[in-house]
Design a binder for this molecule. Structure first.
Ligand code: NAD
Length: 441
């Protein structure tokens, strides 16, 4: 059993902390946000993730999990400190390491015994070396500090499951001391562990995320060509998926990837390459395709309608994918400002993303249009002139093709997630435009 501190209680830090407690370790989660800390102590998760709240409540009640803003008390006698703070994108595309630096400084000033610092956040290759040096430069007490890399691969929406049953755990260490501690912590998870050096571990994270982003952009590129040549991207993807070298996952074409990771990690790797005098052409292409893909349906719809001024627009789904309340880089955020600018009257539905979206676009008049939030997909469709599907929530998928005909004023649907068969929509007299497939006749 280790005494573990975790810096940052976002998707990565909180889920890691809770899962370590679940495996019997003594865990203190640290955040700078006192509201979040109070909320977590009261048993409420600040993020929407399946099973997270139950495990938080259980481990808190059983005394293995605590939350604090007092980093000093959490770090001073920890055996291991995991860092899971954000590394968002700076305007030049590089990763903002200021949150990591702050935690490093706080650790240096707090620790009073030997301690392994483990960076879980996604950081550019070489950052772990710098963090180790930084901590050593600011150390107050004469203790041994070493830094290890343990990048995180969870997907939002299934974060707890992905942590407890990860396909692999990557540990990047520079000594057997560090390696043994991490092997020990992960032993009870019973997962495949890949032990490499720190720089390889850092690169594995970027290379993996960017490969997935590339796969999505590749399918979107092919989808756009499919439309031009009369092929159907879903049939194409199905045919491709039987090839084990390709695999069946991440073959869905749509309106582009979002979230806090793929957009920033593609730009960060591109930046790292540039800094090293290398042009990463594949990743540049993935970024460009994704930027265009996000507004592809808006452009189609605008051509079809001339203007959105005064039209009632149903928007189904706001989050960047189902199962999360995260809006970071969501396609909805690229489309809704343009619709509002054009004078659209938006009726938006999302089962969990509404609260976060309202912080950016409060209910009522916005720009030249207005936005209202509704409680059900059918309410959004009611008397609408046009509908956009941005997120494939189960609640949205449960709408039948006939519902669009029944509830909308004019059944005109732009589906960014290819939820329906074109034939079914055609049979129900719905004008249907999707990605990489022919529109209804
Ligand atoms: P997040 O923004 O959800 O959470 C970061 C948390 O850190 C916030 O609660 C913030 O208040 C807190 N924080 C900031 N400074 C702090 C400090 N000095 N001490 C303690 N807490 C502090 O971030 P996230 O989505 O969990 O991502 C964290 C890292 O993990 C990023 O590098 C990200 O790229 C990586 N990652 C994220 C995911 C994902 O799906 N979200 C998956 C894998 C890896």
């Amino acid at each position: 059993m280790y005494k573990i501190a975790v810096a940052g209680t976002g998707y990565v830090g909180l889920v890691a902390g809770v899962c370590f407690a679940e495996k019997g370790h003594q865990v203190t989660c640290v955040d700078i946000d006192s509201n979040k800390v109070e909320m977590m102590k009261a048993g409420t998760s600040p993020i929407f993730e399946a099973n997270l709240e139950e495990l938080m409540q259980k481990n808190y009640a059983e005394g293995r999990l605590n939350y604090t803003i007092d980093y000093q008390s959490a770090y001073e006698d920890a055996d291991v400190i995991f860092i899971g703070v954000g590394t968002p994108e700076l305007p030049d595309g590089s990763a903002n390491l200021s949150y990591i630096a702050t935690v490093a400084r706080q650790i240096a000033e707090s620790v009073i015994k030997d301690c392994l610092v483990v960076v879980k956040s996604t950081v550019p290759v070489g950052t772990n070396d710098k963090v180790e040096q930084f901590i050593q430069d600011f150390l107050v007490n004469d203790v041994r500090i070493e830094v290890a890399s343990n990048p995180e691969f969870l997907a939002q929406g299934s974060a707890v499951h992905d942590t407890l049953y990860a396909e692999r755990v990557i540990i990047g260490t520079e000594s057997s001391w560090a390696k043994n501690i991490l092997m020990d912590i992960y032993e009870s998870f019973n997962l495949p562990i890949v032990s490499v050096n720190r720089r390889s571990a850092e690169m594995i994270k970027y290379a993996s995320n960017d490969f997935l982003a590339l796969k999505i952009s590749y399918m979107n590129d092919i989808a756009n060509l499919c439309e031009l040549v009369g092929a159907d991207i879903q049939e194409v993807a199905k045919g491709m998926s039987f090839d084990e070298r390709i695999g069946s996952k991440f073959l869905n074409a749509g309106i582009g990837y979002g979230g806090s990771c793929f957009p920033k990690d593609t730009k960060a790797l591109d930046y790292i390459a540039e800094q090293n005098g290398y042009e990463l052409k594949t990743i540049k292409a993935a970024i460009d395709i994704n930027n265009e893909q996000k507004t592809i349906l808006y452009k189609k719809a605008r051509n079809r309608l001339i203007t959105f001024n005064g039209l009632k627009v149903a928007v189904l789904g706001l989050t960047f994918k189902p199962g999360t309340d995260d809006l970071r880089e969501a396609p909805s955020l690229a489309n809704i400002p343009m619709l509002l600018d054009q004078g659209a009257e938006i009726f938006a539905y999302d089962p969990v993303g509404r609260e976060n979206f309202e912080k950016v676009y409060p209910e009522g008049e916005n720009a030249n249009g207005l936005i209202r939030y509704v409680e059900s997909p059918k309410e959004a469709l009611d008397n609408a002139n046009v509908c956009f599907i941005f997120t494939e929530w189960g609640e949205v998928k449960s709408l039948q093709p006939s519902d669009y005909k029944t509830f909308m004023r004019t059944p005109l649907v732009f589906d960014g997630r290819n939820i329906y068969s074109v034939k079914d929509m055609e049979a129900n007299n719905v004008e249907y435009h999707s990605i990489g497939r022919e529109a209804t006749k």
